[in-house]
Design a protein around this ligand. Structure first.
Ligand SMILES: C[S@@+](CC[C@H](N)C(=O)[O-])C[C@H]1O[C@@H](n2cnc3c(N)ncnc32)[C@H](O)[C@@H]1O
Length: 218
């Protein structure tokens, strides 16, 4: 990471929104520190990010993987439903390249479509999954379960916009929809095989991982 890294990200107004607690004034990427640190600490070889407005999360994950120096890559799944930002492959490549990143593989499709691909069926294991697509409880469950068989034993799964109900107009003033990811999180909190922790900054993120066998008492 070079010293301009934070300025490059926070210099874009559109990378300061969407509820990750970013602040320009004190060069603060908010929850981005958590995403960055988890990649540096856990050192996943492969991270998957489902959904992003302008790429804040895939950029942070890709930068952290690059800083790990082990060739890690981000699979980024987004059908560009909010607008056409992710519609053009060359523009998408150039956007990530403008942050010095060439380790993001974008798939312009929904998770439902991606789940049908050969790449997904034969894909390598995933040690970090970031769920930030369509924020209904049903879709959060689908996104999680679609990757369940590919997650490593100690994989970190993060759900954004996960702590409260909220009406979003991201798909148009005439198409309001309600974030209900927190309802799926409440279901996960009932499972004795999982550790589930909320970080209630801004729109919030919830970290989910399998409880270690030792912690289950055998
Ligand atoms: C803009 S982001 C973050 C969500 C935002 N905070 C909100 O209010 O909904 C949501 C992204 O998820 C993507 N998306 C929507 N449905 C999806 C699906 N089924 N699979 C993958 N990505 C999806 C959209 O294209 C969009 O870019």
């Amino acid at each position: 990471m070079d010293s301009d890294w934070l300025a490059r990200i926070l210099g874009h107004e559109e990378l300061r929104g969407m509820g990750h607690g970013q602040r320009l004034g004190d060069a603060n990427i908010g929850l981005g520190w958590l995403y960055y640190a988890l990649v540096r600490v856990e050192r996943p070889a492969h991270a998957v990010c489902i959904g992003s407005w302008r790429g804040f999360v895939p950029i942070i994950l890709a930068q952290a993987l690059r800083d790990n120096g082990e060739g890690g890559r981000v699979t980024f799944i987004d059908p560009s439903l909010a607008d056409d930002f992710w519609a053009d492959p060359e523009r998408t490549r150039a956007w990530f390249a403008s942050f010095g990143l060439d380790n993001v593989d974008h798939h312009r499709m929904t998770t439902q479509q991606y789940a049908e691909t050969v790449e997904h069926r034969n894909g390598t294991s995933v040690s970090m999954l970031f769920v930030d697509g369509f924020h209904s409880a049903e879709q959060a469950r689908f996104d999680h379960e679609a990757f369940a068989s590919r997650l490593t034993e100690d994989a970190v799964v993060l759900f954004h916009d996960s702590i409260r109900r909220k009406t979003s107009l991201i798909y148009g003033e005439d198409k309001p929809y309600v974030h209900t990811v927190h309802e799926y999180i409440d279901v996960l909190k009932q499972r004795s095989d999982l550790q589930v922790m909320d970080f209630a900054l801004d729109s919030g993120v919830t970290l989910v991982r399998r409880r270690a066998r030792a912690a289950q008492g055998g």
